[in-house]
Write a protein that binds this ligand. Structure first.
Ligand SMILES: [Zn+2]
Length: 166
């Protein structure tokens, strides 16, 4: 790191220590040229990516929007709020772990579909019908066939009893 006083290229770390909360490293540095000392802090950068929408515009990731989507799909379905929170947490964690600066709204939609599939099949179909812009009965038939497939890879985590009727 450059010296902030004389702009020399070469500064040395003379001391490193964790901050009290353990989320920062504090380093004391010394400049070889002017012999001045200064402190730098190193932190982990965990930022949610920007969401790239279908029309190419960018927007901040919004957890509330995600929650609204889940609520709409799960309207009057017997799914505890804590399950929904956990599902949203998993999506957020996944986004953070990607470390990307941008993510498409489409890819977030896919994650929502995955979580809804595990939570509630009716909600999954509801969300899919809007998200994939179902045009007619055939689209519904296909997705219902998909959730009824016994060999579905998602079935291992399925805990709710099958109830296709509202
Ligand atoms: Zn210097």
């Amino acid at each position: 790191m450059k010296c902030p006083f004389c702009n020399a290229e070469d500064t040395h770390v003379i001391d490193s220590r964790d901050s009290e909360d353990g989320h920062k490293i504090r380093r004391r540095r010394r400049c070889h040229v002017c012999d001045k000392r200064f402190t730098t802090y190193e932190t982990v950068e965990l930022r949610l990516p920007q969401v790239v929408k279908h029309d190419g515009t960018r927007t901040e990731f919004d957890r509330n929007k995600l929650l609204t989507g889940f609520k709409r799909a799960l309207h009057k379905r017997p799914v505890p709020t804590s399950y929904v929170d956990a599902a949203i947490d998993r999506i957020v964690q996944k986004l953070l772990a990607m470390g990307e600066r941008e993510v498409t709204s489409r890819s977030i939609g896919e994650s929502v579909m995955e979580e809804l599939y595990k939570l509630d099949k009716v909600a999954y179909i509801r969300f899919a019908s809007v998200y994939k812009s179902f045009q007619g009965v055939d689209d519904f038939r296909d997705v219902i066939k998909e959730v009824q497939k016994p060999s579905s890879p998602h079935n291992s985590s399925e805990k709710n009893p099958e109830s296709a009727n509202e």
